[in-house]
Design a protein around this ligand. Structure first.
Ligand SMILES: [Zn+2]
Length: 245
């Protein structure tokens, strides 16, 4: 069964990360996100090891929204037209870490949603502290496929995400983050995929794709199901959310 890393900054992985990932044995699907024009180009230029299949995402992260001009957005739009792009991300809005740039974030996220809609692509969303706002915008733009990454938002928003048929990804940080474990308990398996957000240091835990088997174990335990059944479910959900029908 293929492992799914539905949100990973693969362009930031070093040689030794790739070696560790190649050594995982099985096949790994990576949804490789970007944060600006430069990282989008890097993502599109990646050559992963043979056991990894990349799904390329380009986009402008809400933390960078206030720094980009119309030229950069236009260049990104061209990139989507000219390359094999599988999704738009990491895009979104963030009231928790950067509330001061809210207006610029909304403007850029709107542009990213239009881009996704025009090309029939899924969006890979960062919505820290703005889960409801992000969902409202995605629905308003009638984007068909969306993933809310590292979901730790309110339960009523989770219900509406599920009702809309969108996905949430749960992070390998569940090992030490009680809030993430609580979401795993509450979210239906039908709407859940796995992610690492690697490479990233979270409270002393180095997040990486190599933690995915451990995360599957945590989900299996919390849901009272076999790991194999969870892995199959995640794969099916990923297919629904990321591979155009
Ligand atoms: Zn991320």
């Amino acid at each position: 069964m293929d492992l799914v890393d539905a949100h990973v900054h693969a362009y930031e992985y070093e040689e030794e990360d790739w070696r560790a990932i190649a050594g995982m044995g099985g096949r790994v699907i990576m949804v490789a996100v970007s944060e600006d024009l430069e990282s989008s180009r890097k993502t599109l230029g990646l050559t992963p090891p043979p056991n990894v299949r990349l799904f390329n995402c380009v986009g402008i992260h809400p933390w960078n929204a206030h720094k980009v001009g119309s030229g950069e957005i236009r260049a990104l739009e061209e990139l989507v037209g000219e390359n094999r792009v599988d999704c738009i991300g990491e895009v979104g809005v963030d009231k928790r870490f950067v509330p001061q740039t809210w207006e610029a974030q909304v403007k850029v996220f709107e542009k990213m949603l239009v881009l996704a809609r025009e090309h029939g692509l899924p969006v890979n969303i960062h919505a820290a502290g703005a889960w409801r706002e992000a969902l409202v915008m995605v629905l308003r733009h009638r984007v068909e496929r969306a993933l809310f990454h590292w979901y730790t938002g309110p339960l009523d928003v989770l219900r509406d995400i599920v009702d809309a048929g969108y996905l949430v990804s749960v992070n390998a940080a569940a090992e030490i983050q009680a809030k993430q474990r609580a979401i795993i308990e509450k979210a239906p398996l039908e709407n859940m995929v796995t992610e690492s957000d690697g490479p990233y240091e979270y409270r002393g835990l180095r997040l990486s794709t190599t933690l995915l088997p451990k995360l599957l174990g945590i989900i299996a335990e919390l849901k009272g199901e076999e790991e194999e059944a969870i892995a199959r479910r995640v794969w099916q959900n990923f297919t629904r959310g990321f591979i155009a029908p």
